[in-house]
Design a protein around this ligand. Structure first.
Ligand code: CFM
Length: 557
């Protein structure tokens, strides 16, 4: 195949597909907040922005949800235990709290794992102190210490992590002191997280707390064998990939094909020792910027490992990300291998993609998901020629929308100040800049930016409506107005959307599907979207009170 001009394609934003003639987003945004009391309307209006890709306008984000609006957000504990730590296979993770909190975080996110022989997998278990009224009144520290001991005796894990739920913070149990005493007693790594559900304004606070805890207690705590480090210079960590529906398996397969060694993933399909040794990598690539950017920054400051933003969601995006990694290592044979792998993988899915594209092109998509997928999945819709008419995050910060250029101007409010910000300095022994300043500049001038993320808005169509922390009411009005072919969202609103005659693809746990990462994953997603948007089922759904089909656009006759 002809050598593509990779440099110019490495950092340039993707051009969004143009939108058809629609009600202007500005008018619609005003209408979405019209039913609220004036104070609420004024607040919410700042979360709705009409997109200007070249110069994104400021969006209000990462602030408290107005009570009663029905948000899709989760809590701090969900972000720490459920999201970042949860997928690690061989840490016994004890939830200190009422049993409901434990049950909620038990296996619902579909973070899969296939640990190597000899490595434990505790993901199927649910460890809880089952806090009840007695502990709320008299304190739960003794029960926690007993639970840690019991877990150790049963499983003999390398490490035990303890997660605080809301009541723990309210009654003042010191999980850290209990963890320290247990570590001493048992001779293993035991560490606690003050990730009470009410901390911060969403699960985003929990991500930050989890990053801090992993960084302080695990990263850099083991050294890999020197021979292993010397064997392959292309050693990377994939940060912010949680193996939902098997995505990480697909990324692992691709990296292996390219000859890139994966030291550790944060934290899909990963075990303790891999994270403990992750400081030996020569590059960090960041998938989900929102949940793990702290780790990338801290590892760069302490160990000298640069980071790159990548996205393995979407066939074109995957190829671009692999090219970025090869460009970073400045190695010609590696670049050639990456090109060969991309060509082969793209060729394998292109016929199917074209056939599906012919059936889907021009249909509209809307996405309201978490803190990175609402951006990443637009790439898959772009592959199919489907414009994104509106999108938003639940809990992302302004940098995830507008790009990291706004970081310096972010307002630090009381809720963010509540979350510890670690001061990280170069490690006297282990700091080793993998690339010096001159090399990083050389890469930047060749089109490869390290340490940057341009955010979702720069890659969305002009005039698209960006909505932060969308409410049920706003979502309903938007669906009525745009009648999109598909909405990507979560379980809290999936069935409300489908009752309006519009298919909803759940992008948190993938509705039993996946993987959707990489090339094979992209093809899986194309098939799924084809099945959803071209299904006839909606025209047969006739609510008895209306006598009309739910999906008027698809109505027979
Ligand atoms: Fe990152 Fe995630 Fe997401 Fe997220 Fe989540 Fe998630 Fe998500 Mo659900 S870490 S921000 S806190 S990509 S669990 S795997 S799907 S909301 S968009």
């Amino acid at each position: 195949m002809a050598a593509p001009d990779t440099n110019s394609r490495l950092s340039a934003p993707e051009t969004a597909l143009e939108l058809p003639e629609l009600t202007p987003a500005e008018t619609l945004a005003d209408r979405l907040v019209a039913a609220y009391p004036p104070k609420v309307a004024k607040k919410r209006r700042k979360h709705l922005v009409v997109n200007q890709p070249d110069q994104p306008l400021a969006i209000e984000a990462n602030v408290r949800t107005v009570p009663g609006l029905i948000t899709q957000r989760g809590c701090c504990y969900a972000g720490c235990k459920g999201v970042v730590l949860g997928p690690i296979t061989d840490i016994v993770q004890i939830v200190h709290g009422p049993i409901g909190c434990s049950y909620y975080a038990w296996m619902t996110r579909r973070n899969l794992a296939a640990p190597p022989p000899g490595v434990a997998n505790y993901l199927g278990y649910c460890f809880s102190t089952d806090m009840t009224e007695d502990e709320i009144i008299f304190g739960g520290e003794k029960k926690l210490a007993a639970a840690i001991r019991e877990a150790y005796e049963l499983f003999h894990p390398k490490a035990i992590a303890v997660f605080s739920t809301c009541p723990v913070g309210l009654i003042g149990d010191d999980v850290h002191a209990v963890a320290r005493a247990a570590a001493k007693e048992l001779g293993i790594n035991v560490f606690g997280f003050s990730c009470e559900g009410y901390k911060g304004v969403s699960q985003s606070a929990g991500h930050h707390i989890a990053n801090n805890g992993l960084f302080k207690n695990v990263v850099g705590s083991e050294e890999p064998p020197a021979l292993e480090v010397a064997a392959n210079p292309f050693r990377i960590n994939v940060l912010g990939e949680y193996n939902i529906g098997g995505d990480a398996f697909e990324i692992e397969r691709l990296l292996e094909r390219c000859g890139i060694e994966l030291v550790s993933t944060f934290s899909g399909n990963v075990h303790y020792a891999e994270i403990a040794r992750s400081h030996s990598a020569n590059l960090n690539v960041v998938m989900c910027h929102r949940s793990i950017n702290y780790m990338a920054e801290m590892m760069e400051a302490k160990y000298g490992i640069p980071w790159l933003k990548v996205n393995f969601i979407g066939a074109e995006a995957t190829a671009k990300s692999l090219r970025k990694i090869a460009a970073y290592f400045e190695d010609e044979p590696l670049k050639a291998r990456v090109e060969a792998v991309c060509a082969e993988e793209l060729a394998a899915i292109s016929a199917e993609r074209e056939a599906i594209k012919a059936r889907c092109q021009g249909k509209l998509a809307m996405l309201y998901v978490g803190g990175s997928r609402a951006h990443h999945y637009q790439e898959l819709f772009r592959d199919l020629g489907m414009p994104t008419v509106s999108a938003g995050y639940e809990f992302a910060h302004r940098d995830d929308y507008e790009g990291r250029a706004v970081l310096g101007s972010l307002r630090v409010d009381a809720d963010s100040r509540n979350i510890e910000e670690l001061v990280v300095t170069p490690d006297p022994e282990q700091y080793r800049p993998r690339k010096n300043e001159a090399a990083l500049e050389r890469l930047a001038s060749a089109g490869l930016e390290t340490k940057d993320y341009h955010g979702m808005m720069t890659e969305m169509a002009n005039g698209a409506l960006v909505v932060d922390d969308i409410s049920h009411h706003e979502l309903e009005l938007l669906i009525e107005e745009y009648r999109p072919a598909v909405v990507c969202s979560g379980i809290k609103d999936k069935y409300a959307i489908e009752k309006m005659g519009v298919p909803c693809k759940q992008l948190h746990n993938y509705d039993y599907g996946g993987p959707y990462a990489g090339f094979v994953g992209a093809a899986n997603f194309y098939r799924e979207i084809d099945r959803l948007v071209n299904a006839n089922v909606w025209r047969f759904v006739m609510p008895p009170w209306s006598g009309k089909p739910l999906a008027p656009a698809l109505a027979v006759g």
